[in-house]
Every structure is written in C-alpha cells, then in structure tokens.
Design a protein around this ligand. Structure first.
Ligand code: COA
Length: 151
C-alpha cells in the first residue's frame, strides 16, 4: 500500500471498526470518535511506518484497488507470536467475487514468509459474511463472547 492509499483509506477503515464496536455494543456511540482516535494513536503511532504493522491492497490486472488488508506481525506480541488481521475490507461493488478469499490466501503466504505460524483475528457475531469467509478458509473459533439483552 502506498502512503497516499493509506491516508485515503485509514479514515474509512477506522470508521468501519468503530461502527462494528458500536454495533457489538462494546462502545457507546457518543464515545466512538474519541475512542477511535485513541486506538489509532495506540496501534499506529507512526502511521503506515509503524513497526510490525503491514498494509496490503488487492488490485485488478488493470490496477484498480478493490480490497485492503491490515496485518500485524510482531514476534513479541502477547498473543503468541502469530500474525493478527486487524482489518480486511473489499470495495462494496467487488464483494462476493472471491477477493476476500484471495486476500486471506495472500496473507497466509506473507505470514509464512515472515516466519509466523498462525493467523488470528476478531470478528463480530453479527458479521455473517465475514464469519463464513473465515470458516470456509479454515479459521476456527478460539473464544466466544455471549450477551443476553435484558431490555
Ligand atoms: C467480509 C468481506 C471482506 C468478504 O469479502 P468478499 O470479497 O465479499 O468475500 P468472497 O467473495 O471471497 O466470499 C467469501 C465467502 O462468503 C460468501 N459471501 C460473500 N458475500 C456474501 C453475501 N452477501 N451473502 C452470503 N455469502 C456471501 C461467498 O459466497 C464465499 O463463500 P465460500 O467461502 O463458501 O466460497 C467483505 O464482505 C467486506 O469487505 N465486508 C465489510 C468489511 C468487513 O466486514 N470486514 C471483516 C471484518 S472482521
């Protein structure tokens, strides 16, 4: 990913992340913008150049950008030295055409090349398309949060 692509894409990726947190009721919508800024500063203190963070784009043969992947590969990571997918997103008009699968396959190649032995990620329960993508790509559930609404 180029710096221009990063600058252009980061706000909408953070926006999508915030929307998911609110939908999962982890964050109140009133706090969302502030928390998103804090998260961005914590996770990406040096933006695209933040050590251990890697960004990729999927392009068509005619060079159109159709998808994005944010990958963390930090050997000292408390999650056990594996890689972590922070974000994967396909342009709406390109969804359902295999780009998500291709991005995950490319991530596997890259993670192996970097010497990590696993890839993990978080997905919210309501995101059925993403859950299906991960399950059909061989990802298994490692933890599960549950909630019962009392209202
Ligand atoms: C989740 C996302 C990355 C999937 O990308 P994609 O390019 O559409 O995925 P693919 O075309 O490779 O399809 C993956 C699987 O989901 C299925 N699928 C895709 N869109 C679907 C839809 N709208 N309804 C049902 N199934 C769908 C495909 O048939 C495919 O099934 P298979 O594995 O059995 O072959 C994309 O929908 C997206 O960008 N969503 C918004 C951002 C997001 O939620 N990111 C994940 C955060 S955890």
């Amino acid at each position: 990913m180029t710096i221009d692509e990063f600058d252009e894409r980061l706000p909408s990726l953070m926006h999508a992340y915030v929307a998911e947190q609110i939908r999962a009721r982890n964050w109140a919508s009133a706090d969302a913008d502030e928390l998103a800024q804090l998260e961005q500063r914590r996770l990406l203190p040096r933006g695209l150049a933040t050590p251990g963070m890697r960004w990729y784009v999927a392009r068509t043969p005619s060079d159109q950008v159709v998808g994005y992947l944010w990958l963390a590969t930090e050997p000292s990571d408390p999650r056990g030295g594996g890689a972590w997918i922070y974000a994967i997103e396909v342009e709406p008009e390109w969804r359902g055409r295999g780009v998500g699968h291709r991005l995950l396959s490319a991530a596997e190649v890259e993670v192996r090349r970097l010497g990590a032995t696993s890839i993990a990620l978080n997905v919210f329960g309501e995101n059925r398309v993403a859950r299906h993508l991960y399950e059909s790509s061989g990802y298994e559930v490692t933890s599960l949060q549950m909630r019962k609404s009392l209202t």
